[in-house]
Design a protein around this ligand. Structure first.
Ligand SMILES: O=C(O)[C@H](O)COP(=O)(O)O
Length: 345
């Protein structure tokens, strides 16, 4: 359960999407706001049913996640499905990134890379849990890797979505493939979410390490060497891809195929892998090759970005899980988050 607390925010509410109305917010995630309270900033808050919002916006009692969190109601989200369905251009769109849930080789602590390994029971649960966190965020299109653990994560997450649209695989490899996977009924189209699978979003190839136990490899080659293989930017594991090589395909795919969709107002979810997503986040957050070393992504935790006027604004994860390192650049930040969670438990 996410730690929650009551914030009393006085005079610091900067924006509110409750159409300027006073009163009880009827719905979980109905209102998003910016507020500063208790000495730290809740970048975009998560309101739950029964929260009170003042018309004057000078006082507001809100129940929010202790960590940075965002949930948008479809009516108030940057670009709702309805908006993109009706082909209206908007200047904002949401981008959800999810690393797949725990796989069988994650569980066994084996280097996986591009081996196609399914989810564990825990991985399935993580995917469903991820879906609950993003159930109010509009999704117009889904991109996954070609690997089953990412595809299952995307599908399972969508079972929880409020819109109940059906993810439908489309093909973009060639014009003919595109034509063959077209859905010709407009009504049916409205009930579907196109899913594109792309090998470019696959996990990086771990070369000769694939299938080896991470701990045993560290015992054999030393933990520094293994850390270098796993986290350095430009040093590839033996016969595998470095993060830089992985970025060359994953970020190129993102900028060529996904960014234009965001620019046209489509809300996108990407279900992919630890390293393909690390390279994309490096691009989105403009991290240096030094900074990306300490970027760790947990399995099954969605992260939200808003694409606005050509820029990506990081909104963190919808309500935090009990673990602190869901999305942390540094240990210090993780400890800080842990402290917050403990404070408000
Ligand atoms: O391929 C793997 O083994 C994992 O999915 C990512 O592993 P890493 O955390 O060692 O990069």
């Amino acid at each position: 359960m996410a730690a929650t607390t009551l914030y009393q925010s006085v005079g610091t509410l900067q924006s509110c999407r409750n159409n300027g109305n006073s009163g009880l917010c009827p719905d979980y995630g109905h209102v998003s706001f910016r507020s500063v309270s208790k000495g730290f900033k809740v970048d975009v808050g998560l309101l739950r049913g029964g929260s009170f919002c003042s018309r004057k916006r000078s006082t507001c009692v809100i129940q929010a996640s202790a960590s940075q969190a965002t949930v948008f109601d479809e009516a108030s989200a940057p670009s709702s499905a309805t908006t993109s369905d009706s082909n209206k251009k908007t200047s904002e769109a949401s981008l959800i990134l999810i690393r797949h849930g725990e796989s069988m080789w994650n569980e066994k602590n084996l280097f996986t890379g591009c081996v196609d390994v399914p989810l564990t029971t825990k991985g399935v649960e993580e995917a469903v849990e991820a879906g609950k966190r993003i159930s109010n965020i509009p999704v117009d299109m889904i991109y996954t890797s070609a690997l089953i653990r990412a595809q299952m994560t995307a599908m399972l997450a969508m079972t929880q979505h409020r819109r109940k649209k059906v993810p439908t695989i489309i093909h973009e490899e060639s014009e003919q493939a595109g034509a063959w996977s077209q859905i010709f009924s407009e009504d049916t189209n409205m009930q579907c979410i196109p899913v594109v699978t792309a090998w470019q979003l696959n996990e990086r190839m771990y070369g000769e390490l694939q299938g080896l136990n991470k701990q045993e490899t560290a015992d054999k080659y030393g933990s520094e060497q293994v850390h270098e293989w796993r986290r350095s930017y430009d040093i590839p594991p033996p016969n595998g891809e470095s993060l830089e090589m992985c970025a060359e395909r994953a970020v190129a795919y993102f900028t060529e195929h996904i960014e234009p969709q965001l620019a046209s107002g489509k809300n996108i979810m990407i279900a992919a892998h630890g390293n393909s997503l690390r390279s994309i986040i490096m691009y989105l957050d403009k991290l240096t090759s030094q900074e990306v070393i300490s970027l760790e992504l947990a399995t099954g935790i969605p992260m939200l970005y808003i694409f606005k006027e050509g820029r990506f604004i990081r909104r963190g994860s919808p309500p935090a899980p009990t673990e602190a390192t869901v999305y942390a650049y540094t240990k210090k930040l993780a400890q800080y988050r842990q402290k917050l969670d403990d404070m408000f438990e």
